[in-house]
Design a protein around this ligand. Structure first.
Ligand SMILES: NC(=O)c1ccc[n+]([C@@H]2O[C@H](COP(=O)([O-])OP(=O)(O)OC[C@H]3O[C@@H](n4cnc5c(N)ncnc54)[C@H](OP(=O)(O)O)[C@@H]3O)[C@@H](O)[C@H]2O)c1
Length: 290
């Protein structure tokens, strides 16, 4: 049996579905039995609970030959890093208390840095916690920026006829479809062939800038010449607050944009076949708008 956190989310849902198709027994985790019902119908055992509840996670991890972990994300929380730390601590406590020996943990490019990386600092902290586990093989997947992050831009394009963000127009960003992250996690959960603590980057099909993303979005939405506007960091934070992000998290995202622009938040491995994944931004957008 394999346990999957965030089973209703971008990566977790696909992981559960594909593991079931591969004939594995799967325990799917989320906060709501109702939202997990489809996965139950598909054959998963479901367990609803809060990801910051170590006792719940211990039960959920018990008996699993491997687990998939992530730090679920609440854009409205007033202290983002504290909320993330609470979940991260519950995860490692539950791994210790259960008999799990193989952990696949979703992290991020930029998690090598303790600061200057905005929300990614939570994953730096989590990697440190996971490294303290003994007798557990931990595979850390450092993913690039999710292509799914651009979905809210469709609304901005509709309303304002432009794309605006804090990123320089031509800074290259490794962008990956969540589906490709899920597929890498599935391979690892099935193979369980790594030992000790391993870090693997997942960089998407190619590096792509916000300027290029905007050109592709414009072409595919029938809006050629759609402009990309780089806004100052405080303006970017203000836009995120208007969109419902807490002041704290909006500020962290502005810090991340600066970290990317200054080339501090970046791949350490460099692009190679092993960290390059299938889905192009063009294919992602075609599916999204099609
Ligand atoms: N976005 C990026 O560019 C990027 C890049 C690298 C790494 N990451 C990391 O990837 C992870 C997210 O992965 P994902 O996209 O697969 O997950 P996701 O879809 O964002 O979320 C997974 C599940 O978490 C639950 N959830 C939502 N809000 C929650 C909250 N406030 N408290 C507890 N649970 C909550 C939801 O399930 P229920 O409502 O059913 O409980 C959701 O389906 C995060 O750790 C993020 O930092 C993101």
């Amino acid at each position: 049996m394999i346990t999957v956190m965030g089973a209703t989310g971008h990566t977790g849902k696909r992981i559960v579905e594909q593991l079931l198709k591969a004939g594995e027994s799967v325990r799917a985790l989320g906060r709501s039995a109702e939202r997990l019902a489809d996965l139950q119908k598909a054959g998963a055992e479901v367990m609803a609970g809060e990801p910051s509840d170590a006792a719940y996670l211990t039960e959920a991890f018990r008996g699993a030959k491997a687990i998939y972990t992530l730090l679920p994300y609440d854009p409205t929380v007033s202290d983002y890093l504290a909320q993330q730390a609470a979940v991260g601590e519950a995860i490692v406590q539950a791994v210790r208390a259960s008999d799990v020996r193989k952990v696949v943990a979703l992290s991020s490019v930029g998690a090598d840095l303790a600061s200057g990386n905005g929300p990614i600092a939570s994953m730096h902290e989590q990697e440190l916690r996971l490294r303290e586990l003994t007798g557990v093989d931990v595979l850390i997947l450092r993913a690039g920026a999710f292509m799914e992050n651009l979905l809210p831009m469709l609304y901005v394009i509709e309303q304002h006829g432009l794309v605006a963000d804090g990123m320089e127009a031509d800074v290259p960003v490794p962008m990956i479809a969540a589906k490709d992250i899920a597929d890498a996690a599935i391979d690892a959960l099935l193979a369980r062939d790594w030992h000790g603590v391993q870090v693997r980057e997942l960089l998407g099909q190619r590096d792509i800038s916000y300027g290029e993303c905007t050109r592709i979005l414009g072409q595919q939405l029938g809006r050629p010449g759609l402009p990309y506007v780089q806004v100052p960091y405080d303006e970017m934070a203000g836009m995120l607050q208007e969109a419902g992000f807490s002041t704290n998290l909006a500020g962290l995202y502005a810090e991340l944009a600066r970290g990317i622009n200054e080339r501090a938040v970046k791949s350490l491995e460099g692009r190679r076949p092993e960290n390059t994944t299938a889905t192009s931004f063009e294919a992602f957008v075609a599916e999204m708008v099609g």
